[in-house]
Design a protein around this ligand. Structure first.
Ligand SMILES: C[S@@+](CC[C@H](N)C(=O)[O-])C[C@H]1O[C@@H](n2cnc3c(N)ncnc32)[C@H](O)[C@@H]1O
Length: 444
């Protein structure tokens, strides 16, 4: 059984070394010295790369001739998810894909086939699909896999829609009989007992935040659940247990990442009790790295897919106004310079003056730059820093893969500590569905 320790060790060591890059606020890119820990030679070297190259640095590694930067990127590549690809999928009729967008169709065709294969290996035909949403996966498991499915979903509306879809599909496919149930229930690690009276497999497609950990705990504690197939998502909603020895570090981190304009703490995901938290799950991380935590910014970074941006020049441009506003805010109101979050709305403005005036209005502060020529000021003070900002954003985004891998490996390690077999697969095409890692676990 793989023990995952070596990779966990390397990732935590790397993340600790580059913590300054992870815990940085992108809105602070134009603040002098904020990113001074990034080697200046990396920034100067990358200035000659265009935006498309910047967002694809791992793909153009052989063009990077600066040794320290080359090592940084190749270390990242070696620690990012790289798991066997699952290539099969079910072919589906248009009725089975009713109401599904192309991304969902891709996910469900592949995952349903994967679950079907594993159900044969395990000799089981009963599936409990957790966080089933509107039942896109669940219904395919019935129509394509001939499996008996209980779809459990917290939101009544989704369960209702799932029922309706099921009736529609069965009518159109003239398949009157199906062993399919929809249950409205907010799942916890120990409230599935009524649905697991027979041996079964627990599945979940994009079980957001802590729901993956909930599924893992339910799987481990219930002897009738023989196998589990789980694809997680929304890592920023994962709650974390903070060991008392890390309290001081957490306080420094919270101070560094600042506040929202309403004074709200920007990370409320920390300090869950040990039993309830979604990270870390493994004793290995808890005991070997008691002071290590991810934090919401890191967990959000694990979801960022800068390499998939179609028009990086345009996307980065939208962030430049926000970064420039951050400088003006701190200069006009030094006591607000730790306000790093003013909400959405950047995309709408093509004029910096408008952007500044709307931003001050939104956060309820008088605009002291009302009479200044802000567009000219932007050209003079910020325009020539735009490329540097794109470099910083691109370098930082590279860390996302490591963080996602660590979250997965912590889950896999926890499962192996509990003596069950685990494999990780890359199940979807990442360009279509970026949260594409499936954890497959089974009991002997
Ligand atoms: C990202 S959606 C995925 C839905 C579906 N599996 C799909 O791929 O279309 C996650 C779903 O999990 C549900 N959910 C979240 N926490 C839950 C819990 N503790 N128990 C049951 N459902 C939950 C949400 O309501 C949501 O519908």
């Amino acid at each position: 059984m793989e023990n995952y320790q070596a990779t966990i060790d390397q990732i935590i060591s790397f993340l600790t070394q580059y913590r300054f890059l992870i815990d940085s606020q992108l809105t602070a890119t134009f603040i002098p010295d904020y990113f001074s820990e990034i080697p200046e030679e990396w920034i100067n070297y990358l200035l000659s790369f265009d935006y498309h190259q910047l967002i694809q640095l791992p793909k153009i590694l052989d063009q990077i001739t600066l040794p320290s930067l080359h090592r940084f990127i190749s270390d990242i590549i070696s620690l990012s998810p790289n798991y066997p690809h699952y290539s099969d999928q079910f072919e589906t009729s248009k009725f089975e894909c009713y109401f599904m967008n192309p991304k969902k169709v891709h996910e469900c065709k592949k995952l349903a086939r994967f679950i079907f294969e594993k159900s044969i290996n395990l000799g089981l035909d009963r599936i409990i699909d957790i966080g089933a949403g509107q039942g896109y996966l669940s219904h395919l498991l019935v129509t394509k896999g001939n499996l008996k499915v209980t779809a459990i979903e917290a939101k009544d509306h989704n369960s209702h829609q799932s029922e309706k879809r099921g009736k529609f599909i069965r009518r159109k496919m003239k398949k009157e009989e199906a062993d399919y149930n929809t249950i409205s229930l907010f799942v916890t690690p120990d409230n599935l007992i009524n649905y697991t009276q027979d041996p079964c497999i627990l599945t979940g497609l994009h079980t957001c935040g802590d729901l993956s950990a909930t599924c893992i705990k339910a799987f481990l504690s219930d002897t009738n659940i023989k196998g589990m197939i789980n694809v997680g998502c929304c890592y920023e909603h994962i709650t974390e247990y903070i060991n008392p020895c890390a309290q001081e570090l957490v306080e420094k981190y919270l101070e560094h990442i600042g506040k929202s304009y309403t004074g709200r703490n920007l990370d409320e995901s920390l300090n869950k009790s040990d039993e309830k938290a979604g990270f870390p799950l493994s004793n290995y991380i808890k005991i070997t790295y008691p002071c290590f935590f991810l934090g919401r910014i890191a967990k959000k970074l694990a979801m960022s897919e800068v390499s998939l941006i179609e028009n990086p020049e345009k996307t980065f441009k939208q962030l430049d106004f926000r970064a420039a506003f951050q400088v003006l805010l701190g200069e006009a109101y030094p006591e607000k310079s730790n306000v790093f979050c003013i909400g959405q709305g950047v995309k709408k403005y093509t004029d910096f003056r408008d952007f500044v005036s709307k931003s001050f209005l939104k956060i309820g502060l008088e605009n002291p730059y009302r009479d200044d020529n802000l567009n000219e000021m932007y050209e003079i003070r910020f325009r020539d820093q735009e490329k540097k900002a794109a470099i910083i954003w691109s370098l930082r985004s590279l860390m996302g893969g490591l963080i996602e891998n660590l979250i997965l490996l912590d889950r896999a390690k926890y499962l192996s500590e509990n003596s069950v077999n685990t494999e990780i697969f890359s199940i979807f095409d990442k360009t279509l569905s970026p949260r594409n890692l499936a954890l497959y676990s089974w009991k002997n």
